[in-house]
Write a protein that binds this ligand. Structure first.
Ligand code: CP
Length: 331
């Protein structure tokens, strides 16, 4: 494996290998596969779980992690190629990538889209350019997709079912007062469709995920003889669900023109006990952080069917699996 940038860049077999390795690290947390090596993680956005687990993963594999926050504790970084840098950024991504990859063994990036121009931002150019200019492997810690989170989620699901084939996976939009990244939803639907689940995505009208991601998910389902549906009614989606994954995301139709009144008209999109009662005694999860009693009720989040803490715990063995695979390919 040269980089870990998106779920869809990998085969089903590679994903299964990463999951098996994560399983191994759950049982045996320590190793020296990253001995005396360094992961340099660039955080353009806040993080609790991703930052902590990459630091711990590097340490528990014998190495260590340096976290940089460009524009805060380190120089602001300009990512636009050929930019005339007369603004507030002191360093170009090209230079940072070359320098940091000469110091460290893996680079990692968290950089959310700016919600200005989806056509441009869907190119994920900061991540692509970091991978191009770095001489070492690069990990996506969340840009327009969140592949590390998707592995943690699917590992939580796999721990509850003997097979994923034809288990009904519901990815439902939930209300949040602001427009959030589509990354978690993109990667969650991608991995669940690759691994053979029947997929139903529920979101309000005007909040469909990017057509390119939906097309790919549909193709995976077709290949796996699984069903794929997008509906605009949360109750309809919930019926017979085996697993409910909740996530809020910004409307691509309102990209660069967020409409608070439209957003607030969807306040009813909350996961509560009544909606969970429509399911096939489904498990529930969310990537965290979550606004309690806005996105899902306390009753759902504190129920036995809720896997939020298992999924969050999975982040650590999953990061170790990714680091290990990248070191195999780049010793
Ligand atoms: N789910 C997730 O990536 O958590 P953080 O934003 O806290 O890293």
């Amino acid at each position: 494996m040269n980089h870990f940038l998106a779920i869809e860049n990998h085969t089903k077999e590679e994903i299964e290998e990463l999951l098996a390795l994560a399983e191994h690290y759950k049982a045996q947390p320590f190793s020296d596969v990253f001995k005396n090596k360094t992961l340099i993680a660039l955080f353009f956005n806040p993080s609790t779980r991703t930052k902590t687990t990459f630091d711990l993963a590097a340490t528990q594999l014998g190495g260590h992690c340096v976290c940089l926050e460009p524009g805060k504790s380190s120089w602001g970084i300009e990512a636009q190629e050929h930019a005339v840098m007369d603004g507030d950024k002191e360093e170009h991504l090209k230079d940072a990538a070359k320098v940091l990859s000469s110091y460290g063994d893996i680079l990692a990036l968290r950089s959310f889209p700016a919600f200005k121009d989806w056509k441009e931002e869907k190119k994920d150019s900061m991540l692509a350019n970091l991978a191009k200019w770095s001489t070492k492997p690069v990990i996506n810690m969340e840009t327009i997709s969140h592949p590390c989170q998707a592995l943690a989620m699917i590992r939580a699901i796999k721990s509850k079912f003997s097979t994923l084939k034809h288990k009904k996976f519901v990815l439902t939009w939930i209300y949040h007062p602001q427009p959030l990244n589509t990354a978690v939803a993109n990667s969650a639907g991608m991995i669940a469709s690759m691994l053979g689940m029947d997929i139903t995505i529920a979101n309000p009208e005007g909040y469909d995920l990017d057509a390119g991601y939906l097309k790919l998910m549909g193709e995976h389902c077709k290949k796996n003889q699984a069903s794929f549906r997008v509906v605009h009614d949360m109750n309809e989606a919930m019926e017979g669900a085996d697993f409910v994954y909740a996530k809020s995301w910004g409307s691509l139709g309102q990209y660069g023109a967020f409409n608070q009144a439209v957003q607030d008209s969807h306040r009813g999109w909350i996961v509560d006990e009544k909606k969970m009662a429509l399911t096939h005694h489904a498990y529930f999860s969310h990537c965290l952080p979550i606004r309690r009693n806005v996105k899902a009720t306390d009753a759902v989040l504190d129920s036995e069917q809720c896997l939020i803490y298992e999924e969050a715990a999975n982040r650590l063995p999953v990061q170790k699996a990714i680091i290990t695979k990248l070191m195999e390919g780049n010793p």
